[in-house]
Design a protein around this ligand. Structure first.
Ligand code: IPE
Ligand code: IPE
Ligand code: MG
Length: 256
């Protein structure tokens, strides 16, 4: 069949819930931290694969607001690994034209990590080849509540007229302001849930649940998810044009 695929172009923005590090380690009789460490290698592979496929934005869910409720030892391991990752990869991000942005409640981390995150963002801020977004201490409900609080404050002080607020305007109050919405959302480990990730932004994302633990995720799995995405017929609630199936235009969105 030589039919053109529904999407000849790759997804502009891929978001990934990197899940399964603990199970990967448990299956090998290793501590959970070993799974998180191995997961760092999958991050590197995935960034390379995304760039190769012409994806412009990659958002990785690395630590959720709810993950703070894990045992203190695991939280400490995770933050330590994150700092190590930043130190070892920053030069490559910088030289590879990758712009790093962190979303989430970064104030909940200690001053050292906060400073390192800010420095990494600063050092990569002029890069334009690829956008890497890491969601850290991120929870979509917390993000939406923060937006609502700010909007209420601005309305109260007269800076904002609630009657003028629309979806595009609301999206500007989110951590993802200026970012395109994810086109494809992948979750590894076989779980089929969003776990409080990008609830607003993923409203029309295509979902891909991959039965592979995150440390095992590689370029082949990434390519397979993109190939599956290419076969999807995105409609955005609009009846597809029967003379040109699959070519329904995406609605305008904030920052796109
Ligand atoms: C994902 O792996 C990484 C984080 C949530 C930080 P998990 O740690 O959730 O691994 P599983 O789901 O227990 O296997
Ligand atoms: C979601 O995974 C968060 C990250 C991958 C960072 P979890 O492992 O925390 O989610 P649940 O608990 O299975 O829903
Ligand atoms: Mg998990």
């Amino acid at each position: 069949m030589n039919q053109p695929s529904a999407h000849a172009t790759p997804p502009r923005h891929v978001a990934i819930i990197m899940d399964g590090n603990g199970r990967w380690a448990a299956r090998r009789g290793l501590p959970r931290a070993a799974g998180h460490r191995e997961g760092g290698k999958a991050v590197r592979r995935t960034i390379e694969a995304a760039i190769e496929h012409g994806v412009e934005w990659l958002t990785l869910f690395a630590f959720s607001s709810e993950n703070w409720r894990r045992p203190q030892t695991e939280v400490t391991d995770l933050t330590r690994l994150l700092r190590r990752y930043l130190r070892s990869e920053l030069k490559e991000l910088e030289q590879g034209g990758i712009k790093l942005r962190v979303i989430g409640e970064r104030d909940r981390f200690g001053p050292t990590l906060r400073a390192e995150l800010a420095a990494a963002e600063e050092r990569t801020k002029h890069n334009t080849k690829f956008n890497l977004v890491i969601a850290l201490s991120y929870g979509a409900r917390a993000e939406l509540v923060a937006a609502a609080r700010l909007i209420a404050q601005q309305a109260q002080s007269g800076q904002l007229d609630p009657a003028t607020l629309d979806e595009t305007g609301f999206a500007r109050y989110l951590a993802t302001a200026d970012m395109p919405d994810p086109d494809l959302l992948i979750r590894t480990s076989g779980e089929q849930r969003l776990s409080n990730f990008l609830l607003w932004q993923a409203a029309y994302a295509e979902l891909s649940f991959v039965d592979v633990l995150w440390p095992d995720f590689n370029a082949t799995h990434f390519a397979a998810a993109l190939a599956d995405y290419a076969r999807r017929d995105r409609r955005f609630g609009v009846r597809p044009d029967e003379t040109n199936p699959g070519r329904t235009a995406a609605p305008k969105q904030a920052g796109a």
